[in-house]
Write a protein that binds this ligand. Structure first.
Ligand code: PAF
Length: 267
C-alpha cells in the first residue's frame, strides 16, 4: 500500500482516504460520495480494518459485524479505486501507541478506556500507509473527529480532515454498523436517542444542566431495554462542558439491550 501511495505522491495524484471498519452502510456511502467528489481525477481509497486496539471489550470485538465480500461489492459500485484490507497492522510486540490527553478523556474515553488510544494509533498508521491528502470522517463520531484533528495537528500529519454530516433513517436513528445487532423491538426503542436530542433542542432554556440531564435520562429509560451511559452538553471545538443553550452540542451513549449506540447533534 505504501509503495503505491509513494508512486501516487511522486506523480502528484490526489489521494482521499475513507478509513472504515467495514460493515458498510449508507453513512459510509455518504463518506465515499464526498471522497469521490473531492478526489476529482485522483484516487479514493477505502480502508477496511476492524482495529483490535480500539476495542476495550473482547466480546465486542468478536461480535463486531463483518461483511467483507458485500463491502467490496459496494465499494466497486460507488467508484472506489482501492479497497485496502490489511490482515493486521500491529507487530506482535508493538510498543508505540498514540495517546491524546485532552479531547479524548471524557465521554467515550471515560466509558471505553483505551478506545481512543487505539483509534489515534490506527489512524496515524493508515495515514502513513496511504499518504492521503484528505481523510474523510463522519460527524456521528464527533469526539473521534476532534481527536483525529488534534492528532493531525500535534503530530504534523499532512492530511486535512473533512467531516461529513450524520446520515439518519427516516425515524431519526443515526445509521451505524451496530444497528444490525438490534432485535426488532430494540430497533423501535433505538429511536429514543434522536428523540432525546429533539427533546433537548426544545428544552434548552428550561432549568439546570442537572435537571435537563435527569429529564432526558428518565425519558430514555422509559424504554424497557434502554440504559443511559452518558448525556453531555459541550462546546463543539473543545468539548468543554457547557450549560445547554443554542449552538452547544449534545452527545449521548445509550445501551439498547446489549447494543451500545451513540449519537450527537448541535442543539
Ligand atoms: O470510525 C471508525 O470506523 C473507526 O474508529 C476508524 C476511524 C476507521 C478507526 O478504526
Amino acid at each position: 500500500m505504501q509503495c503505491q501511495a509513494q508512486t501516487w505522491r511522486r506523480v502528484g495524484t490526489r489521494v482521499v482516504l475513507v478509513p472504515t471498519m467495514g460493515a458498510l452502510h449508507a453513512g459510509h456511502c455518504a463518506l465515499i460520495h464526498r471522497a469521490r467528489k473531492l478526489a476529482g481525477n485522483g484516487v479514493v481509497v477505502v480502508s477496511i480494518y476492524v482495529n483490535p486496539a480500539q476495542f476495550n471489550d473482547a466480546r465486542d470485538l468478536r461480535s463486531y459485524p463483518r461483511s467483507l465480500a458485500k463491502d467490496k461489492k459496494l465499494c466497486r459500485a460507488e467508484g472506489v479505486d482501492v479497497v485496502f484490507t490489511p490482515k493486521t497492522l500491529y507487530a506482535k510486540n508493538a510498543s508505540v501507541f498514540v495517546e491524546e490527553t485532552d479531547v479524548s478523556c471524557s465521554m467515550e474515553g471515560g466509558s471505553r478506556p483505551g478506545h481512543f488510544r487505539g483509534v489515534a494509533t490506527v489512524v496515524v498508521k493508515l495515514f502513513n500507509l496511504v499518504l492521503p491528502n484528505l481523510g474523510i470522517f463522519g460527524e456521528k463520531d464527533w469526539q473521534q473527529v476532534l481527536l483525529i484533528k488534534r492528532t493531525a495537528r500535534d503530530l504534523n500529519l499532512s492530511a486535512s480532515i473533512v467531516i461529513v454530516p450524520t446520515v439518519r433513517e427516516s425515524d431519526g436513528l443515526a445509521v451505524s454498523s451496530r444497528n444490525v445487532c438490534l432485535k426488532d423491538d430494540e430497533r423501535r426503542q433505538a429511536t429514543v436517542l434522536w428523540k432525546a436530542i429533539v427533546l433537548a433542542k426544545n428544552a434548552v432554556r428550561s432549568g439546570s444542566v442537572r435537571g435537563l440531564k435527569q429529564k432526558i435520562t428518565l425519558f430514555i429509560e422509559k424504554q424497557p431495554n434502554a440504559r443511559v451511559d452518558y448525556v453531555e452538553f459541550f462546546k463543539e471545538q473543545t468539548l468543554k462542558l457547557m450549560k445547554p443553550k443554542r449552538g452547544v452540542r449534545m452527545a449521548l451513549a445509550v445501551y439498547i439491550g446489549k447494543t451500545r449506540l451513540i449519537d450527537n447533534a448541535r442543539i
